[in-house]
Ligand binder design. Structure first.
Ligand SMILES: O=C(O)c1ccccc1NCC(=O)[C@H](O)[C@H](O)COP(=O)(O)O
Length: 208
């Protein structure tokens, strides 16, 4: 069954709800520029509600000190969503031993070729590129051309992200063969404000 990550939750009740509805991972955005930003102080309360869902810390070009603080919170999966090089990902993996994911923005076939360079990553998140001039590297609710993934042989376990919704996720899975999907904007009523009904509908559509 397709695995699901609900990203950018900031409300403990919604964390519990998403976990109860079957989310496999819940993403917490430790990025100040984000409308879904959570502080390290708030994270402890959120983590307590995750149940069997695995918490994922979304970080953008984190320094070693931030990584240490996040791991000290008890989070064992890091999603790197900045311009981290393959060498940096290898160093983070070696220093922490936790699960490390690397997000890659895709707009052309050569973007997918970079995936093979991230040999230390445990998982890849294949996402849309941010719009030109954006102040954030992800979470814009934009899809990329899924046909770019036709015939792609993923070097790692991976998730499809970018502009997914309850309405399009089944088609996205069918076209790309994605074993897992990630959503943020598509389960929001307003930017940064998640909606229970949309979260439930997304999980059900992805797992149907
Ligand atoms: O959510 C953010 O604001 C964010 C900020 C900085 C880096 C990444 C960010 N989000 C990434 C995601 O939530 C998802 O992994 C992915 O980009 C899909 O987002 P969406 O298209 O909004 O579903």
């Amino acid at each position: 069954m397709t695995q699901v990550k609900i990203c950018g939750l900031t409300d403990p009740d919604l964390v519990r709800f998403a976990a109860q509805k079957g989310a496999d991972w819940i993403g917490f955005v430790f990025v100040e520029a984000s409308p879904r930003h959570v502080t390290e102080a708030a994270a402890a309360t959120l983590l307590m509600q995750a149940g069997r869902a695995v918490p994922v810390a979304l970080l953008v070009d984190p320094d070693d000190a931030q990584i240490q603080r996040i791991v000290a919170l008890g989070i064992r999966t890091l999603q790197l969503h900045g311009s981290e090089t393959p060498e940096r990902v290898t160093a983070i993996k070696a220093a922490t031993g936790v699960e490390v994911w690397k997000a890659l923005g895709v707009a052309a076939p050569e973007d997918l070729e970079r995936a093979a360079l991230y040999t230390a990553a445990d998982r890849l998140l294949i996402d849309a590129k941010p719009p030109h001039g954006a102040d954030r590297t992800g979470g814009h609710g934009l899809a990329f051309d899924w046909t770019l993934l036709e015939g792609w042989s993923a070097p790692k376990p991976w998730l499809l992200a970018g502009g997914l919704t309850a309405e399009n996720v089944a088609e996205a899975i069918r076209l790309t063969g994605a074993p897992a999907v990630d959503v943020s904007s598509g389960v929001e009523r307003l930017k940064g404000l998640k909606d229970r009904a949309l979260v439930q509908a997304f999980i059900e559509a992805a797992k149907a």
